[in-house]
Design a binder for this molecule. Structure first.
Ligand code: PSU
Ligand code: MN
Length: 303
């Protein structure tokens, strides 16, 4: 039984080794407010189409992992409050119960890999949360196990970034700084955490990604793209908004997979919407970079 349904357009592109970029759906259902969420999802697709890259937005409908969905389906994910945020721990359940589900980084990587898509663009990955409650995103397990390149703006500073980087190193996941030697911190370009691998552009990034897999390594890889400088949020505003939001989260007793969406909303409120605007900018920037990398990778594989 195949639980994966790939759209005809995407299947054709994959057969012809044309570039395809995967896009997740949790940022539509749980990451951004409506109606901005739908707008961003559609803009992401059109950025890729401009580049002649086929977009593959991934979500769960009627018991299937769908690779490539319609505008109406994107609108449903963006407006319904019955969408289940789906990671590894509940992917089977959402399929079994034929629920409406949005894929996180972890489950999108799984779906992309199973369909033959190597490049995936998102905002940021999950990681090790701050504090000692032991909340660690399954995105790290996915990066350890699944050979897909995740193009992102690093991790949100609502997480414990140094611990997240340590975990990625332990798991053997390369972090390729895209035109930077500093790990980006989502709403800001980052400053403290140095990276050892740097790609000067899409061609070098594709070469680094391909080499890791060609030598037989099988982990995922991160391409860390800083938010464009003019769009970055002031570091102090980010820190203050996070401190405020974290204490609200603990006061409200928010736990588990509800924490990330809760904090994103609170941080956006606390920063008067500045982080939200930056979130959109960085997602679209990552999509553009992922498209360019996918083009380079498709060229090497057809040579
Ligand atoms: N980054 C964002 N918005 C999001 C997410 C990340 O800017 O909505 C989502 C991604 O889908 C990521 C998930 O995989 O949050 C991580 O959730 P958790 O920490 O519960 O594993
Ligand atoms: Mn978690």
């Amino acid at each position: 039984m195949s639980i994966i349904k790939i759209s005809d357009e995407i299947q054709e592109a994959l057969n012809e080794k044309k570039p395809v970029v995967a896009l997740e759906s949790t940022l539509i259902s749980h990451g951004l407010p409506s109606p901005l969420n739908v707008d961003v999802a559609l803009q992401a697709e059109s950025i890729l189409r401009e580049l002649k890259v086929v977009p593959a937005t991934i979500a769960l409908f009627d018991g299937y992992l769908r690779i490539g969905i319609s505008q109406a389906e994107i609108e449903l994910l963006g407006s319904s409050d019955e969408v289940t945020k789906t990671s590894f721990n509940n992917l089977g359940e959402v399929i079994a119960n034929k629920s409406l589900g949005a894929t996180t980084v972890a489950s999108t990587m799984f779906a992309a890999y199973r369909s033959g898509i190597k490049v995936f663009a998102t905002g940021g990955i999950g990681g090790v949360h701050r504090g000692s409650d032991g909340d660690i995103s399954a995105d790290l397990k996915a990066l350890s196990d699944i050979p897909v390149a995740v193009v992102c703006a690093g991790v949100k500073s609502i997480l414990d970034i140094p611990k997240t980087l340590e975990a990625l190193e332990t798991l053997g996941v390369p972090i390729i700084g895209y035109k930077t030697n500093v790990f980006p911190e989502f709403w800001t370009q980052g400053e403290d955490l140095k990276l050892k691998i740097v790609a000067s552009g899409s061609e070098e990034a594709a070469h680094l990604l391909n080499t890791h897999w060609e030598i037989g390594l099988t982990t995922g890889q991160l391409v860390a793209v800083p938010i464009p400088e003019e769009k970055a949020v002031d570091q102090k505003i980010v820190e203050n908004s996070i401190t405020e939001s974290l204490s609200e989260a603990s006061a409200a007793g928010i736990t588990g997979n509800a924490i990330t969406p809760f904090l994103l909303t609170k941080v956006a409120d606390a920063s008067n919407g500045l982080t939200l605007e930056a979130n959109v900018d960085l997602i679209l920037n990552n999509v553009q970079v992922a498209g360019e990398i996918a083009i380079q990778m498709a060229e090497t594989s057809s040579r």
